[in-house]
Design a protein around this ligand. Sequence first.
Ligand code: ATP
Ligand code: MG
Length: 257
Amino acid sequence: MNITVQGVTFSYRSAPSLIGVSLELQESQVLGLIGPNGSGKTTLLKCMNKILEPKQGRILLGEKDIKKMNRLDVTKHIGYVPQTSVGNSNVLPVFEIVLMGRRPHIAWQSSEKDTMKVWATLKMLDIEHLAMRDFYELSGGEQQKVLIARSIAQEAKVLLLDEPTSNLDIKHQLEVMNLTRKLVTKERLAAAVAIHDLNLAARYCDKIVLLKDGGVFAAGEARNVLSPEIIRTVYGVEVAINRTNNISYIIPIAPLN
Ligand SMILES: Nc1ncnc2c1ncn2[C@@H]1O[C@H](COP(=O)(O)OP(=O)(O)OP(=O)(O)O)[C@@H](O)[C@H]1O
Ligand SMILES: [Mg+2]
């Protein structure tokens, strides 16, 4: 299912946090949302998930304006993993948290099918052993995996992941991005991933949207968007880029004065 953002503008207060943002995320695509701190990535994902309502512009899920969809409908189609606040005090066991992802599908009470789906998802993410642990006592990375499991159990067609790798060690970073890539391809999902790691973005995303001060500064394939000139302008950092096997590796050299 495609999701289209058309000319979205949003302000929390007087200064706009998003200004005329447009993008298209297609089925079987991983879109990397990058940009400096405060450039609007989280705000955009929240608009795409109807947590925030744009002041201008619209967001279409397939052909449908999400403004006209109710919450349950949105959660049936869109899975959202927020930027984690480590130290979340949720006392529920992991199994219950992932089962919550089934809520849009549960008519009255959860069935064996829902239980099976939860176990299958925990297994797929290799976190079965965490099932009975309380969420709040997990490490930041374990919490992130549980929240990803919840949106997978939800069987959403669109995944919006806000910095899913930020608390993970390098092995788990690759695992989560591999898994996202695999799910997107196999289940024909569409995923938008806000991410600071430009190397992970270059390697796993089909398309990159680079935000600067709430607007789209550049968009397209990683090898075009992640140029030394663009990175210098947007991040104020001198980088070297090494291309091996058609993947760009970005090496930070020094911040500009
Ligand atoms: N709840 C809020 N109230 C007021 N302003 C906010 C709120 N949330 C974000 N902002 C502002 O909106 C702008 C965009 O913030 P946003 O969180 O979308 O950035 P981001 O790109 O996700 O940053 P980061 O990389 O640090 O997560 C920033 O200027 C921020 O200060
Ligand atoms: Mg953010």
